[in-house]
Design a protein around this ligand. Structure first.
Ligand code: SF4
Length: 465
């Protein structure tokens, strides 16, 4: 059967992200004997025309739309990434009788809601695996037993039997991604059992951690290096848990360090120590990220992070002893946040985040159905939207700290510290062109390390948005 895949993500700032999930799903469909065409909408100027052409040329028996994010998670400047979906499904219906399947990370978060809003036939949660290929088989055989509309699980088994890294060159224009300085995403495991109050990953990827063999990971990276890739980003839910596995991965990839650069933004302070960072440095990591969220015990408890301010401070001490650039991620406004706790977190950031590093600060927490934070918000009378209405960005913000006060505090800190970045902060319109020039001049990921320099330069020229 002919299958048309559409990778719908067009978000190019701060950087385009290579569509690993869509490519892995395409590979699963091809391995099941289907003839697969990929339409990647990331760079094209006219997505409508591209869709018309792709349907005309591929005569699909099924159309699969991959959705990466529902929105940008930024309370101060929310942007929806799914508004186009009903229109796209209607266009497909006009041009083809093929059933429409939606999948991707966004669908794992709100499958029923996206299925209803988009008007598709099926929603696949999780990674593409046997559930997905089984559905394609049913459609090919005439659809008996495939009830529409319905939500179906995509995969079963540890790491779903899919490749660590898809063969991107088979599906997308890798030169465009390389020119835009995109890194190759690498997952060394799936699942997270920590249960942070706001998080949906456990529902999407499962609570049980399934790991991939470190040698398998290293072999997949080596294959990519042979195809000309140099920059790799580990995108596990938590890279350093189990810590022993993270260290084993570092040791397996260390022989590749002269030909590759690695980064990872998902380090949990609870499992961060000198031994791990030394192994990461030896393996060739040039940048890391620590997701601390807050430096207040009360707020960390409210978020159910499983660690406190003491562990956060210890993580900062350990990072300071190593040379890798570090992005620190903070999230203000959680349950229990007050003006005082927000000040405490910002004071920690000003003290601990080195000027060459980056403090990324989010105000307010995106609420998703089924999370403990959704229950808290309803119990506190802060949320009345139905699950479907939650497709429009809705946020939790502690009632003890008014939004203007919180924003003023963060903006004030960002004015004093060019290495602070506020989520949703506008980038200059010409940022993509700047990136292109930067790439030609030899800048390499992670680009956030150049952010303070760029901000200082733009301010000096009076061009800061
Ligand atoms: S550790 Fe990360 S992935 Fe796991 S539940 Fe918490 S926020 Fe989610």
């Amino acid at each position: 059967m002919n299958i048309l895949f559409i990778s719908a993500n067009r978000a190019r700032t701060p950087l385009p992200v290579m569509p690993a999930g869509a490519c892995l799903a395409a590979e699963a469909a091809a391995a099941a004997g289907h003839h697969v065409t990929m339409l990647d909408l990331m760079f094209g100027e006219n997505p409508d025309r591209a869709l018309d052409n792709a349907i005309a040329q591929s005569s699909p028996g099924a159309v699969c739309i991959s959705l990466r994010n529902i929105d940008n998670n930024a309370m101060a400047a929310p942007v929806s990434y799914i508004d186009f979906l009903p229109g796209m499904v209607q266009t497909i219906r006009k041009l083809s009788p093929a059933p429409v399947i939606i999948g991707g990370a966004a669908v794992g978060v709100m499958p029923e809601e996206l299925l209803r809003r988009g008007g598709a036939d099926f929603a696949i949660t999780g990674d593409a695996g046997d559930g997905f290929t089984g559905l394609l088989g049913l459609i090919e055989s005439g659809g008996d037993g495939a009830k529409t509309p319905s939500v179906l699980p995509g995969s079963t088994g540890p790491c779903n039997g899919t490749a660590v890294i898809p063969d991107f060159g088979r599906w997308v224009n890798v030169s465009r991604y390389r020119a835009a300085m995109a890194s190759v995403p690498v997952r060394t495991k799936s699942g997270c059992g920590f249960g942070c109050a706001y998080c949906t990953y456990g529902a999407i990827n499962g609570k049980k951690v399934n790991i991939r063999g470190p040698e398998e990971v290293a072999r997949a990276i080596e294959k990519c290096i042979a195809r000309g890739f140099r920059d790799f980003e580990f995108v596990d839910d938590v890279f350093n848990f189990p810590k022993e596995h993270a260290i084993a991965v570092c040791r397996a990839i260390a022989p590749l360090r002269r030909r590759a650069r690695f980064q990872c933004l998902e380090l949990n302070p609870l499992f961060l120590d000198g031994e791990l960072l030394m192994e990461m440095e030896r393996a060739g990591f040039n940048a890391i990220g620590v997701t601390v969220e807050s430096a207040s015990d009360a707020v960390l408890r409210g978020l159910n992070k499983g660690y406190g301010a003491k562990e956060v401070r210890e993580a900062a001490r350990v990072v300071a002893r190593h040379g890798m650039r570090c992005m620190w991620l903070f999230m203000l406004g959680g349950p229990g946040e007050t003006e005082e706790t927000a000040r405490q977190t910002l004071a920690f950031a000003e003290d601990a985040v080195r000027p060459g590093d980056l403090a990324y600060v989010t105000c307010g927490i995106r609420l998703y159905p089924g999370t403990p934070l959704e229950k808290t918000a309803r119990a506190e009378g802060l949320l009345t939207a139905t699950p479907e209405e939650m497709l429009e960005p809705v946020f939790y913000r502690s009632p003890a700290v008014p939004l203007p006060a919180m924003l003023a505090m963060v903006e004030d800190a960002a004015r004093r510290n060019p290495h602070f970045h506020i989520a949703g902060e506008r980038l200059p319109r010409f940022a993509p062109q700047l990136l292109k020039i930067g790439g030609m001049l030899g800048l390499r990921p992670p680009l956030w390390r150049y952010s303070p320099m760029m901000k200082r330069g733009l301010s000096a020229l009076g061009l800061r948005p």
